[in-house]
Design a protein around this ligand. Structure first.
Ligand code: ATP
Length: 333
């Protein structure tokens, strides 16, 4: 795939500060069941917001409401200040989406599919640019049904970006892609964001969110449990020191480290300890706790195997949210 830089949207960069997408206290029920319970966030132009969460958390319901397929039970959603319900004409040209299930015809070729979408767009990119951007130029004459799952996903992205939208909803856009295609797709998405597009992404690939997102929200059981700038969320979750628990020792035999709580675990069938180091001194806290640990090891003649020090990952945060109810919000969006 080539860079999408040269196809940056024409209708961006107007300096408007109002969020492109805003969601305020959204509630959405299916009959008696409340699937979304008071969700709020905003996404600005040139920003990628990742809406993450456990299965059934309410992400698709939220996005479908923003796409105009559902009317909120209560609360308010706006896209460029307009209620998206029913997909009003004023939004249709400015918004596009890669949905979880694509609606393309298998009998048409890739070129014909792109042309069909171009016919429906007000200001479409030319076909070659689209095919080059999504890396399918050499598959132009192939019937869509003969594409692999990952190639179909790339075509879905191409069909969404050819209308040069200002807001793009991406629901699992890289599902089924190999690692190389996924990275190429990330570069296309990054270029769109750099060109001013507001992107709302849902994904179960946390590495994808970590790479692409400016801000995230993690939903569970209809609520946003954690939200904020990705760096702040990870910093707030603490650093991790881990190692294999030495033979003959138990968790209780290990030292207390400043600002750290120890948890026993099993990793690859071996006893493991993970210290979660928190505290305001985010630059120095991991280093200090590690120095204490190494002092203890030297004085006790203990060798620490597979010793590691790392910052929290999005997976650490996600697993905490998935494991418990009532997780405190770290930072508000
Ligand atoms: N049409 C529907 N009728 C009744 N319940 C629904 C309907 N659609 C979704 N739900 C329920 O609403 C809740 C939220 O579903 P939703 O699809 O929004 O979750 P999600 O976060 O997108 O999940 P996943 O990650 O599994 O795709 C789930 O409990 C689901 O079973």
């Amino acid at each position: 795939m080539t860079s999408a830089q040269q196809i940056s949207p024409a209708r961006t960069g107007t300096g408007i500060t109002a969020p492109a997408i805003s969601v305020r206290d959204l509630r959405q029920s299916y009959g008696d069941f409340e699937a979304v319970r008071g969700v709020s966030f905003g996404v600005g132009r040139g920003e990628l917001f990742a809406l993450l969460g456990t299965n059934g958390a309410g992400k698709t319901t939220t996005i479908e409401t923003l796409e105009g397929f559902r009317r909120p039970t209560s609360g308010e959603v706006r896209v460029f200040g307009t209620d998206p319900f029913g997909q009003p004409a004023s939004l249709r040209e400015r918004v596009d989406a890669v949905l979880q299930h694509s609606g393309v015809f298998g009998e048409l070729t890739v070129s014909e599919t792109v042309d069909l979408s171009r016919d429906l767009a007000a200001n479409p990119l030319d076909r070659d640019t689209v095919l080059r951007t999504i890396g399918l130029a050499d598959r132009a004459r192939v019937a869509v049904r003969q594409l692999s799952g990952g190639q179909k996903r790339r075509l879905d992205l191409g069909l969404a970006l050819l209308s040069q939208p200002e807001v793009l909803f991406l629901d699992e856009p890289t599902a089924g892609m190999d690692p190389e295609a996924r990275r190429a797709t990330w570069r296309v998405i990054e270029d769109l964001v750099a060109g001013g597009v507001a992107v709302l992404l849902t994904t179960h690939y946390l590495e994808e969110a970590e790479r692409l997102a400016d801000r995230i929200a993690i939903m569970h059981a209809g609520e946003v449990r954690v939200s904020g700038r990705i760096h702040e969320v990870l910093t707030g979750w603490g650093d991790r020191i881990g190692f294999r628990i030495p033979d003959g020792l138990r968790l209780d035999d290990l030292p207390d480290l400043s600002g750290a709580a120890a948890e026993a675990d099993i990793r690859e069938n071996e006893p493991w300890v993970s210290y979660v180091v928190t505290g305001d001194d985010t630059a120095g806290r991991g280093h200090r706790a590690m120095a204490e640990l190494l002092d203890w090891a030297r004085h006790n003649d203990v060798t620490l195997q597979r010793l590691e020090l790392r910052t929290a990952s999005l997976e650490d945060v996600f697993l905490s949210v998935a494991a418990q109810d009532g997780v405190a919000e770290l930072a508000t969006a």
